[in-house]
Each structure stands twice: as structure tokens, then as C-alpha cells.
Design a protein around this ligand. Structure first.
Ligand SMILES: NC(=O)C1=CN([C@@H]2O[C@H](COP(=O)(O)OP(=O)(O)OC[C@H]3O[C@@H](n4cnc5c(N)ncnc54)[C@H](OP(=O)(O)O)[C@@H]3O)[C@@H](O)[C@H]2O)C=CC1
Ligand SMILES: CCCCCCCCCCCCCCCC(=O)[C@@H](N)CO
Length: 320
């Protein structure tokens, strides 16, 4: 019995060590949210590997500027970089038409990176219903619809790469980020199901789990972010979009399910690993061994978060 287990394990480790990285050279990569922050750096990394790239976002002026920056990073003259202006928080038909146009221009999509997203902060009762819906429409449905668009062809070709950008706030609900956290949790469920539906076909699925990253979007959300939220999130560190974008791109080519940057994020991802798919057997063993101890450490961390909440908490005046 033990011998069979040992042989089985060696086969898995061997498969993992000899796994093939996917290659985007000459292929069409679409990055939603590719005009700014993390998405822009994913797009830059893609052209550096020889891909044709389409970036998708709303603001045309910023898209044009981003295309110029991305073009500077191309490694060949014949590489194409295009943009498409689309509001991803809109209905399915609008997204579908947009993606039709995008494929008509640069061909079938080999790699889809969903990076378009926004955070709106506030304690749960303060978030306007329309804002909560917007967060779900953009972060969740704005990722689901493009995935639904690319899947049929990827399944026929038995090849392709899909990236969903969640957050550390998609592993752990955080004070002042409730509706945003909920949308990012939804992406994790989607990514797990997607991985189960596509793994046997050789399609890579990667879930990005960034901590705070120094982007224009981050600077903007800081303005309305409660102090408590800022202090809790600072426990995960602040990262550069170039590092997060590069790591996300590399993890996607390798087919890693989680894309993590930073020690605290890595620890949290082990604690929250649940039934997520795994490919790295050594990481699997590590997770199995340290999970219990991490749960104990998490009590101390949660106690500390509770202390932060009490420190800043200002009771509101009674309204009736
Ligand atoms: N920065 C951070 O701290 C973290 C970010 N994340 C996630 O990473 C992703 C990228 O974030 P970041 O790089 O900071 O964001 P940025 O705000 O820097 O960039 C966001 C991109 O998404 C586009 N976008 C925003 N709204 C829409 C929309 N309605 N339709 C289409 N495109 C849209 C923006 O262009 P335009 O406005 O012109 O449409 C822009 O290209 C997001 O999903 C975010 O939630 C996760 C964890 C941490
Ligand atoms: C044993 C357990 C160890 C746990 C360490 C805990 C670290 C918590 C870090 C939370 C970081 C959340 C960043 C959210 C980023 C994001 O999406 C925002 N930019 C949106 O506001």
C-alpha cells in the first residue's frame, strides 16, 4: 500500500515538474481593464512574449495612451495592439457584440485576462443599492460574460488561458468592503467551477488574488475608504502593479490556479485553500501540514482586526 502511494506521488511530482508552460507568441490576448494598473502590466508582459493584444476599457483617451505604452514593449514590428471601448458593467448582449468586434479585428482569443474591476467602500448599510449592483455587474458579470464568450471556441481547440482577477478580499470578508468582497468571492466560485469544467481539455484557469496594489484605481478608492479598512488591508502590504501584473501573467502561462504575491497573501491563501484545484504536489503537502497551525494563528490576527475596529469605531447618532 505504502509503495503504491509512494509511486503515485512520484508520478504526480514528475508530472508537475515536467509540465509545459503555455506560449502566447503570435496569439491574440485580450485584457479587460488593460488601460491602467494591473491590467496594463499584464498587456505589456503579453506583447513582450510576442502576443497581439486588445485592451478593453471605457475611456478612449486613456486607452489610446495605454496602446502607445504597450506598443513600445513589442518585440517585433508585425505585432498588433488594439483597443476597444466597452462598459463591462452592461448587459450580456452589449458585451457579446463587443467581443465579436474584437475577434473580427485580431482573430480568435487565445488568452482572456479579466482585470476590469473597481472597489467602492463603505460599511454595508451605507453602500447605495445601485452601487452594490454596479459592483456585482462590473466585477462579477463583467468577468462572467467575456468568459462565456470565449469558452466554446477554446473547448473545441482544447487550448486557451482564462484569468479572473479576484482579490485578497475574495478570500476574506473585510470591514468596509462588504459588497466588493462579495463580488470577489463570487469570482472564486466561478473560477473553481470553470477549472473543473475545462481542466480535462487543457485550458488554464488562474484566479488572481492581489493585496493592495499601487494603481490609479487604488488611489481613487483610498479617498472613500474607512480608516479601519485601510489599517486592516495594510496588513497585506502594498505592491507595485508591474510586479502583480507580471506574476499574474506568468502564473496564467504555467496554469497555477491561485496567483499570489507577498508573504501575508500566501499565508492567507493556504488558510483559505478549501476545495480549490491544485497542481503543485509539494504545495499540497505543505498546505495539509500547516493548515491547523495557521487556523490558530488566525485567531490572533482576527482578534487584532477586532481591536482595530474598536479603536476607530464611532457610533452614529440615533436616527429615530
Ligand atoms: N489595486 C488594488 O489594490 C487591487 C486591485 N484588485 C483588482 O484588480 C483589478 C485591476 O485593478 P487596478 O489595476 O487597481 O485598477 P485600475 O483602476 O488602475 O484600472 C481599472 C481598469 O478597469 C477599467 N474599467 C473600470 N471600470 C470599467 C467598466 N465599467 N467597463 C470596462 N472597463 C472598466 C478601467 O478603465 P476605464 O475606467 O476607462 O473603464 C481600467 O482600465 C480590479 O479587478 C481590482 O478589483 C484586486 C486587489 C487589489
Ligand atoms: C494566518 C492568516 C494570515 C492573514 C494575513 C492577513 C492579511 C490581510 C490582508 C487583507 C488585504 C486585503 C486587500 C484587499 C485589496 C483590494 O481588493 C482593495 N484594493 C480593495 O479595496
Amino acid at each position: 500500500m505504502i509503495i503504491i502511494l509512494v509511486i503515485f506521488f512520484h508520478i504526480i511530482i514528475f508530472q508537475w515538474l515536467t509540465r509545459k508552460k503555455k506560449n502566447v507568441d503570435g496569439k491574440h490576448v485580450v485584457v479587460t481593464g488593460g488601460s491602467s494598473g494591473i491590467g496594463l502590466w499584464v498587456a505589456i508582459n503579453a506583447v513582450r512574449k510576442g502576443a497581439d493584444v486588445t485592451i478593453v476599457a471605457r475611456n478612449v483617451r486613456i486607452l489610446e495612451k495605454a496602446v502607445a505604452v504597450i506598443k513600445e514593449n513589442c518585440i517585433r514590428d508585425d505585432q498588433k495592439v488594439e483597443y476597444y471601448s466597452l462598459d463591462l458593467s452592461k448587459e450580456h448582449e452589449i458585451i457579446e457584440k463587443g467581443f465579436n468586434d474584437i475577434e473580427a479585428k485580431l482573430g480568435d482569443i487565445y488568452m482572456l485576462v479579466n482585470c476590469a474591476g473597481q472597489a467602492l467602500c463603505g460599511v454595508i448599510e451605507d453602500v447605495k443599492p445601485e452601487d452594490a449592483r454596479f459592483l456585482m455587474n462590473l466585477n462579477y458579470f463583467g468577468t462572467l460574460y467575456p468568459i462565456q464568450y470565449v469558452l466554446p471556441k477554446m473547448k473545441v481547440k482544447k487550448d486557451g488561458i482564462i484569468v479572473l482577477t479576484s482579490s485578497q478580499a475574495g478570500l476574506m470578508g473585510i470591514y468596509g468592503l462588504g459588497p466588493y468582497s462579495a463580488a470577489k468571492f463570487a469570482l472564486r466560485g466561478l473560477a473553481e467551477a470553470l477549472s473543473m469544467e475545462t481542466k480535462h481539455l487543457g485550458i488554464n484557469v488562474t484566479l488572481g488574488l492581489p493585496a493592495d496594489t499601487d494603481t490609479p484605481g487604488f488611489a481613487n478608492e483610498q479617498k472613500s475608504k474607512p480608516k479601519i479598512t485601510q489599517e486592516i488591508c495594510s496588513g497585506g502590504g502594498l505592491f507595485k502593479p508591474e510586479d502583480v501584473g507580471k506574476k499574474l501573467f506568468e502564473d496564467a502561462l504555467k496554469g497555477n490556479f491561485f496567483s499570489i504575491l507577498g508573504f501575508e497573501s500566501w499565508i492567507l491563501s493556504i488558510l483559505c485553500v478549501g476545495m480549490s484545484p491544485w497542481k503543485n504536489p509539494l504545495l499540497g503537502i505543505l498546505q495539509s501540514y500547516v493548515m491547523g497551525a495557521l487556523r490558530m494563528i488566525s485567531f490572533v490576527i482576527q482578534w487584532n482586526f477586532g481591536r482595530i475596529v474598536k479603536k476607530y469605531y464611532q457610533p452614529k447618532e440615533k436616527t429615530n
